[in-house]
Design a protein around this ligand. Sequence first.
Ligand code: ADP
Ligand code: MG
Length: 839
Amino acid sequence: MTWEKLTKSEVISKLNTTENGLTSDKATKNLEKYGKNALKEKEKESELKKFISQFTEPLMILLIIAGIIAAVIGDGIDSAVIFLVVILNAVIGYKQENKAENAMEKLKSMTNKTTIVLRDNHKQEINAEDLTVGDAVILEEGDSIPADLRLIETYDIKVDESSLTGESLPVHKVDCEVTDDSHDNMVFMNTQVVSGRAKGLVTSIGMNTEIGKIASMIQEEGDKQTPLEIKIDKLGKTLGLLAIIICVIIFVLELLQGQPVANTFMTAVSLAVAAIPEGLPAILTLTLALGMQKMAKNNVIIRKLLAVETLGSCSVVCTDKTGTLTHNKLTVTDSYTTDKNMAYIISGLCNNAKVDKDKNTKIGDPTDISALEYAINNNYSDNITQTRLHEIPLDSTRKRMTTINKINGKEYVLIKGAPEILLSMCKYIRKEDKVSEITTEEIKTIEKIETEYTDKALRVLLLAYKEIDDYSKYSAEELEEDLVFVGLIGMMDPPRKEVFDAIKTCTNAGITVKMITGDHKNTAMAIGKQVGIENPDKSLTGPEIDKLSDEEFMKVVKDVNIYARVFPEQKVRIVKALKTNNEIVSMTGDGVNDAPALTTANIGVAMGSGTDVAKESGDMILQDDNFSTIIYAIKEGRTIYSNIKRFLKYQLSTNIAAIITILTTTLLSLPIPFNPVQLLWINIIMDGPPAQSLGVEPADVNIMNTPPNNEDIVSKANLIHITLIGIVMTIGTLGLYLYEMSIGSNHTLASTIAFTVFVMYQLFNVFNCKSKSKEKNNTLKYAVIGSFILQLLVIYIPFLQTIFKTTAIPIMSWIPIIIVSALIIVAERIIRLFEKKVI
Ligand code: ADP
Ligand code: MG
């Protein structure tokens, strides 16, 4: 990276812009000239290629071979049906894939980055894609840098350039007034602001940026398979292999029993198609994608598919206080000032918010906004002229903000922040214009008032200042020494009203809620009590945690639910301690320093209003910052997880039943009850609509009344259950089949009845897999009714009778069919009872 050396004025004239960026006209022109600020994405697979790839699946190739054989031996109808099935399968597979992909695309576009620019001298938020050369960009702590920029104003800015250079230490940057060297005065696309603030001019965008030039880094890694997907994939493959082995055995046995090769081959292939759960991965992806889409509509953006699975088993929710449990709309309600005017001035000037009463606009940090409103209400700016010279920014470790201002010709350090930190830095007190040394008596009074305010759930800031000659002579530490106390202000931030119920839901669901805040211990406990956190009287502060060894902390972490004055680095320790207690932890965060905790937690939850850095390290983003939305997400996660279990159970029962039925008839040297066309029918109808509709079942009524479930989705117990159901279906199907033959019915009728009872089993089994819910799942209802009607058509329409080799079932025969197949519901209850006893 070698860039020419340029001074500030050279930069401005070269980019043909101004210190305050472009006009919107000019921006539009530049946008046309330079195009969008975007990195080109990987070329997508063409639609045709996607469709054709459906035919190259091993099962499809087998089917095609079977179709060709049928044609060769002159079985025109079977051949046509098999090819129809091949095409149908391809269309369904292609459609499913597309649907899932589109859902993902939509989600991606919802996480588009935005950036703050100056246009027409106005600060505004735009999509990072619409940024153009010459734009003036405002960067703040935690921002992801949207393009390559020359900095023209900096406030102690540090940038993490590891994505570009691999260097993990943050780099200090300065503006082009200080140096013309591009190494120091430029920042680059997709690197992050770790601390400080700056203003910069866009020099290059999109593919012309440094990151754009490094082609290999542009290809973002795709969504990796989640553990559940891998597990289900593996299960599908294992069962598939097993099915193929059994099909080969059946094929050989049938040949030994003297059956014709071609027909036996077709039966074996159709059985393989019916028995292999080839549709599982597709339904899984679709279920997850649809779930994510639904959550996106309700303010939860899932960034990593894995989160959907993990959410369901979440056992501890660690949450911020300010903004998540509360509204983050603060108002100063109480104040204790020893010098009113100075207190107003500090509140108003040591402040980065903008409040315009006439236009009713408020921009900035809510704490700052409330301090500024307090100052404005008391006319702080009357009789003063001032300029700001410098700022030491607020961060969650410093817990204070400092500015240097020239007020009526004199230079001042103004500071506001956490009282217990600032009070020890105050050496003096200002009482009605007179400054004197602060006495122990006065300190006690101040501490008493602080306790009184915090007990009322107020956030308390201490206001202090000092006069200096020339700030540039002093270090940051020196600037904040020997301060003069002028007052305390207490701000009210009411809890969100939904939170109380959401926390109650958590308690019922066996999920513990822990509050982690940078605020004062008493404030935290008072809010904790108001929203119904368990054990709100026990708390730990950041400094107290530091004194505990890992082992000691591990023991207490379970019981303490309020953590106050926590430093962001400590969040990682809290997550780790909870994880050693085998908890599945979700943790919220918004700042740059929260990123490690978000990555360490099982589910990192970033705030929609948070920094880009936090959003990029989170597994999900809460668009509305609201605590109750986390609980909504957990409920959705649990529902999706149990729905995956449902369709898995359903589909595998069908597969296993089909294979056991045919294996048994072969072993008993009986004619096989289903012909290839019937087997393919079973595969398409049963694996299709009913299984898919189980993927979108509404939440069970008890979903949030049970403890978090860590049960393996394909556990042995589940597989045994499924196999037992399969055996019951086999007994019923073969029982009726043998009965029909024993009373002398012809083979076509016996086979039609066996085929029908098998299909009816699947339709009744849907009810075994359904959730208990007040909401209706109409898709499921239609899927079942539709499948039943289709089955009737197959039995009674002459044209279809020829294709399926069926015959009309006499009315009276329906009685045993329905009774026998409905018994699967009873069988399910009995198996469940038995399971409860054994476990
Ligand atoms: P929270 O976890 O509640 O979001 P923060 O990290 O935002 O806590 O704030 C922690 C502490 O930092 C506050 O209790 C307050 O003392 C101080 N603080 C927060 N915002 C400001 C501000 N705008 N100016 C000065 N001090 C602040
Ligand atoms: Mg905060």
